[in-house]
Design a binder for this molecule. Sequence first.
Ligand SMILES: *Cc1c(COP(=O)(O)O)cnc(C)c1O
Length: 413
Amino acid sequence: MDQTPRSQHLHDTIEDYLHVLPQIRTGLSDQSAIEQRQQVIREKLGATAEEWSDYRWQLSHRITSVEKLSDLLPLEPGTLDQLSQVSERYRFAISPYYLSLIDPADPDCPIRRQSVPSIEELNPEGVLDPMDEEHSSPVPSVTRRYPDRLIIKVTNQCGMYCRFCQRRRLIGETDLAVDEATLRAAVQYVREQPEVRDVLITGGDALMLSDQALERLLQDLRSIPHVEIIRLGTRTPVTLPQRITPALVEMLRRYHPLYINTHFNSPAEITVEAKAACTRLADAGIPLGNQMVLLNGVNNNKYIVRRLNQLLLTLRVKPYYIFHPKTVQGTSHFWVRIEEGLEIMENLRGYTSGMAIPTYIVNGPGGLGKTPILPNYLLYIGKDKAVFRNWENKNFEIENQPNRVQHDPGHFE
Ligand SMILES: *Cc1c(COP(=O)(O)O)cnc(C)c1O
């Protein structure tokens, strides 16, 4: 077969993508503009370069007041008042680093949309706890919804409070680490449940614990023989990459098998700092996954998600989940239709590496749990055959083996 027409045809299938690619802003393509903004913010906050790179400085200098924000970021006249109104209802906090990623010239900047409060948050639609986490909690700070794994929420603190947060109800007014006694009781619960083989430490943000507090928890969990794997959920590689210190990864690597899932939502978050943080974690042998939330005005676009997932692979982060947004009160401006998510999935398979394709998940309300959805590729399945369509919408069928002796490899009593 002549190769030329086929490769030309393959090129044509991504012609549209190749055309928009140069217009997709990434933290790496924007590096010099980001550095300039960091310089300005740093000077205004009176920090040395060393302080800027210290996550403790970044944390203690999170921007939490409208006055400070308006000093560091040009705001539309009139929005000041709205911002104050919203921040009375839902607090905000933005690390100086994450703030520096905002492109002030872009009113629709995806970084701004995720971090700066919007008057739309006062829309009363939605519910406080759509996942009904409060009712799947056998002991305080533990959520157990599946047979062999559970989550422990260790703090309500984050490097930045995402405006679409699903646990807004817990973010409250102040940063609270879960107290020692509650953590010990959570570990004790795990110890008494031999079928729990996977423990997910989250929050808030798991890496808001100090290295010492986190190590104590990891040690306790590792003393339980039936805990096979430990996972950490953290957005710090995105919002506070300075947190990923050499000391932290040296500690973490002693508790393998340990996995980290992080939370990039936009190519604009893929910066030199984020890349350095992921490199450090991956070099410590920690497999990295990404849990993206599908968000109106941030990433509800097939090209943006394709680029994001490709860039994540260059950071050795495997796209794991795309979550359909939950109907949390105060986040209605981020909601999308299910068709948008399906279209994004449709435009990943075939068009880019299978490694770049996560599972699209809808969460069943009231604790019914993660439920995968996929464009439909199986058009018919009968006794003798099954009919499919491929990524390019070409149909084919295969035999549905009718009459062979089936061998079951499990000879279980
Ligand atoms: C998301 C979640 C998990 C982990 O689910 P995986 O599909 O294994 O990643 C575990 N417990 C609870 C309560 C969760 O919400």
